[in-house]
Design a protein around this ligand. Sequence first.
Ligand code: SIN
Ligand code: CO
Length: 376
Amino acid sequence: MYELNLEINHFLDTYWQKKPTVIKQGFSDFIDPILPDEIAGLAMEEEVESRLVYRDDKQQWQAECGPFETFEKLDADGATLLIQAVDNWHEEAQQLVRPFRFIPNWRIDDLMISYSTPKGGVGPHIDNYDVFIIQGLGKRHWRVGDKKALTEFAAHGALKHCESFDAIIDVELEPGDILYIPVGYPHEGYAIEPSMNYSVGFRAPDQNDLLSSFADHLIDTNENAERYTDRVMQVREKPGQIENQELEELHRVMLASCATPEQIIPLMGKMLSEAKHDLDLAPPEVPHSGEEIIEELNEGAQFMRLGGLRAMYFEQTPSLIFINGKQFDFEGCSELGQLLCDQDEVASELLALINDDQNALTLFTSLVNKGYWYAN
Ligand code: SIN
Ligand code: CO
């Protein structure tokens, strides 16, 4: 269980999405939840997204994508192995995300872990997400620059860098220290000793993400799409011209399907609950019955949400529950749906909600049989 030493309200008011900061000993007596060997093990798996970054003999940046069979590069200085979405694969590592749930779940993206040999780092770059970088094993030297327009370029096909920058933070992180970097601030970190870094990243879709997802959603669901029609048509002197009222009508037709926030709920719920990385989904071979689930709970089991599984609901439609990119109707048992979204693990409250409610029990049983929740 990781406890964050942080005045959360002060942090949110002063730093969140405003400026970078170091949280010295954010975790006291920090113990790494995962070993470097386990990181290497994950990098061998097909489903796990991994990358190895190093400089070659000529000091040129190199980046290779996994899965990897061997790790010779990690025998030398100057190498970093990075694994994306470790919270999807490793239960103990997943615990590191929890202390940051003072930011709502839908904003949290994933836990990325890096292992670096001395001098290892990915070079100066700018991320388009907010990140808390936790120092585990070893020490790492971090520099963070101010947010301003810097030239970005590909140091290698799979490695985007930015030009050098002056540091506004220049710090040596020790185990348990946390560096918070908002979107857009350039940074670079180089290991002083073999080093583990845990990055809890946050997502915020941009206009292009939103509109392209919306377009995809319309293509899939909008069978009777409204079509432009002429409001009035009169003889035109300027056949080359599109009149203002025509432009307005095109604009109206274009926006008609997303003119109100309510209209975008199904799409947003689907999009925001979709997993960006593979999940370690293992539905039970023999499906559970509702009675078995009640029995397990009575015997003291608790049910955990699968690591990395995204479950959420909108304040406005609390009985529509979005899980892993799909919409579930919890009409009549919305309390259960909300509990499953709000809590990472559930036990007595779950039992109280499904014990005398057949509909709730059936819904929860189907989620267990999909492998979304599992007994622990
Ligand atoms: C790393 O852990 O090496 C990279 C983290 C980051 O800069 O975002
Ligand atoms: Co970064």
